[in-house]
Design a protein around this ligand. Structure first.
Ligand SMILES: Cc1cc2nc3c(=O)[nH]c(=O)nc-3n(C[C@H](O)[C@H](O)[C@H](O)COP(=O)(O)OP(=O)(O)OC[C@H]3O[C@@H](n4cnc5c(N)ncnc54)[C@H](O)[C@@H]3O)c2cc1C
Length: 381
């Protein structure tokens, strides 16, 4: 595998490096760097700037705003964005429903939704998980019963990220409860969040943020032409979507930023006659994390067809473990200051970052589930 970037790739990287720093407001990038919570408007502003420069949805077909980039260019695009602390385009729009609509949606749905989805004029949320259907997603029970030219949707979704901001939900529903295989009776519907019968209830999280919600659907009437693709084929679209979701979850650039912050803070932290960075045990742990990050980056660069099963799972699994390990080390550098729940101080925010990062081994398919996929699809067990 060729590890060094070509001259063209270095030019491409430098172009993006400058663009991100020049175009995205400093206060938004500072908030990301310092781990402060962003508001809806920060994400909308950022995505619209990226879209104006035609770099919000490079993974989409070119006809709908995508770019004919190589896997290396896509990696550089994301890595440089994370290194510049630019909030990434909304994953529900860009990695999830956009590519599904572009591939499986009717022409009407594409024309209506794709451009506003790229520009974040529409904010999507993901209505997949239910109280008894997380890892075992095909057990979902929300029903959509056909009634004339509509579906009547009833059920409950849970852990719906940012549903409080969302205009629309892409929602897995059961349209054929009698199907022999659970997966065979599922469809994908587009559901407006302001429809009568939709109730959003926030779930309080351990880090103090309100990121996820329960969404109750009480006889919500959804026009039948909001069905994506074919009725009862939703499982196929969901698998395609989840593959795309996992591929972007490694968070390599984010981990690099955290490791460099840890290094800088450790250099300023006095221990005995020297600094924490001089401590051989600490330095070894930091070096191990840096090496693991580099190894994962090389895997990502080499995984040209990473969307196929196992590679996406390795990236998701190892990327989430690294994000957790980096936030654990942050806590140690922060020391006793991490016990103070003071969001204005780096030490206090490291506790929130540590707690928040527990999620990375759960969402998008838990660590145990990824290990199962790797065992069957790569190791053939
Ligand atoms: C912060 C956050 C945001 C989320 N956002 C969304 C969202 O926007 N939309 C959405 O639809 N969902 C979302 N989710 C839900 C997420 O996809 C589920 O939490 C995840 O799929 C796990 O499901 P579960 O919570 O029901 O746990 P369960 O499936 O009940 O799992 C419980 C435990 O059992 C283990 N386990 C389960 N099955 C197996 C198996 N086959 N082999 C080995 N171990 C197993 C799991 O690893 C886990 O440790 C979010 C979750 C989090 C934490």
């Amino acid at each position: 595998m060729q590890l060094a970037l070509t001259g063209d790739e270095i030019g491409f990287r430098n172009h993006l490096r400058t663009l991100y720093r020049r175009e995205i407001p400093l206060e938004i990038r500072d908030a990301v760097r310092e781990g402060r919570e962003l508001g809806r408007e920060d994400l909308v502003t950022t995505q619209r700037i990226l879209n104006a420069h035609h770099i919000a949805v490079p993974n989409w077909p070119q006809q709908w705003g995508g770019r004919d980039w190589t896997p290396i260019q896509r990696h550089i695009w994301q890595d440089e964005m994370q290194l510049a602390c630019v909030p990434e385009p909304l994953t529900f729009n860009v990695d999830m429903i956009g590519p599904v609509l572009a591939r499986f949606g009717s022409e009407e749905l594409k024309v209506r939704f794709l451009a506003p989805t790229a520009n974040l004029d529409i904010w999507w949320c993901q209505g997949f998980s239910e109280p008894e259907a997380g890892s075992d997603l095909a057990a979902l029970r929300t029903t959509a019963i056909r009634d004339g030219d509509s579906y009547i949707v009833t059920g409950q979704k849970i852990w719906t990220s940012a549903a409080q901001y969302a205009d629309w939900m892409f929602c897995l529903v059961r349209t054929d409860p009698g199907a022999v295989k659970q997966q065979a009776g599922i469809s994908l519907l587009l559901l407006p969040m302001d429809a009568p019968g939709v109730t959003v209830r926030p779930i309080a999280l351990v880090d103090g943020s309100s990121e996820v919600n329960e969404v109750f659907l009480d006889q919500v009437r959804v026009p039948a032409d909001h069905l994506v693709g074919q009725e009862n084929q939703g499982w196929t679209y969901a698998k395609f979507l989840l593959g795309n979701e996992r591929i972007g979850m490694a968070g390599i650039g984010r981990t690099k930023v955290r490791l460099s912050t840890i290094k800088a803070r450790a250099r300023q932290t006095r221990v005995g006659a020297g600094t924490l960075l001089d401590d051989p045990l600490f330095a070894a742990r930091l070096a191990e994390l840096e090496n693991d990050t580099l190894a994962l980056e090389l895997l990502q660069l080499g995984a040209t067809d990473a969307k196929t099963g196992g590679s996406a799972s390795i990236l998701k699994l190892c990327g989430s473990e690294l994000q957790q390990a980096a936030t654990e080390l942050m806590l140690e550098v922060a020391g006793p200051g991490a016990l103070l729940p003071d969001a204005t101080q780096w030490a206090g925010r490291s506790t929130a970052a540590y707690l928040n990062c527990r999620k990375t081994s759960i969402y998008g398919g838990s660590t145990e589930v990824q290990r199962g996929i790797i065992a069957s699809t790569i190791l053939g067990l």
